[in-house]
Design a protein around this ligand. Structure first.
Ligand code: MN
Length: 199
């Protein structure tokens, strides 16, 4: 069975004005779709084609002969995860997750500072992440398609910092995109759901 492109979980204009419909159209329908198509071409008629996406990612990560498969598989996963973490309005975490963020980072504002700094200082393309690592919340940045699940860290939230994620709306102002993401675009219900499943 071929890997599939999940539909964008909201309308193209659902995140306006923070992320515009042109960005979502190109990012989902062109970039994300291309990773799915390439992954299907690369794994066609191989045993990887029938494995769950997470297994493909883990099985190819340390095999340089399969780097292109890894990159496309991880990009398929990363984008689906990114879309699900976005919701216009943002707001704040509540309950146990809010307490864990406060005890881990000092405050929600301190978490935002750390996450923004991780995304802004990721040289070139990549992602900023909030993960659960051995029961602890941590902020990470990764290069290109790299994904924390290969290190047994559990992603709770990610921000795509490839230029295609923000250039139409923010041009070179990646820190502004990240600040907007943190203040207005986090689906905290999704983060809380991931935290509850992982802790
Ligand atoms: Mn992207």
């Amino acid at each position: 069975m071929a890997f599939e492109l999940p539909p964008l979980p909201y309308d193209y204009d659902a995140l306006t004005p923070y992320i515009g419909s042109d960005t979502l159209k190109f990012h989902h329908d062109k970039h994300h779709a291309a990773y799915v198509n390439t992954l299907n071409n690369l794994t066609k008629d191989t045993e990887l084609a029938n494995k769950p996406l997470e297994e493909v990612i883990k099985a190819t990560h340390n095999d340089s002969s399969k780097a292109t498969i890894f990159n496309n598989a991880a990009q398929v996963w990363n984008h689906t995860f990114y879309w699900n973490g976005l919701k216009k309005g943002g707001g704040s975490p509540s309950g146990e997750l809010a307490e864990k963020i406060n005890s881990s980072f000092g405050s929600l504002e301190k978490f935002k500072e750390e996450f923004k700094n991780a995304g802004a200082t990721q040289f070139g393309s990549g992602y900023a992440w909030l993960v659960l690592d051995n029961g602890e919340l941590k902020v990470l940045k990764t290069l290109n398609a790299e994904n924390p699940i290969v290190d047994n860290k559990i992603p709770l939230l990610t921000a795509d910092v490839w230029e295609h994620a923000y250039y139409l709306d923010y041009q070179n102002r990646r820190p502004d995109y990240l600040q907007t993401f943190l203040d207005n675009l986090i689906n905290w219900d999704f983060v809380a759901q991931n935290y509850a499943a992982a802790k």
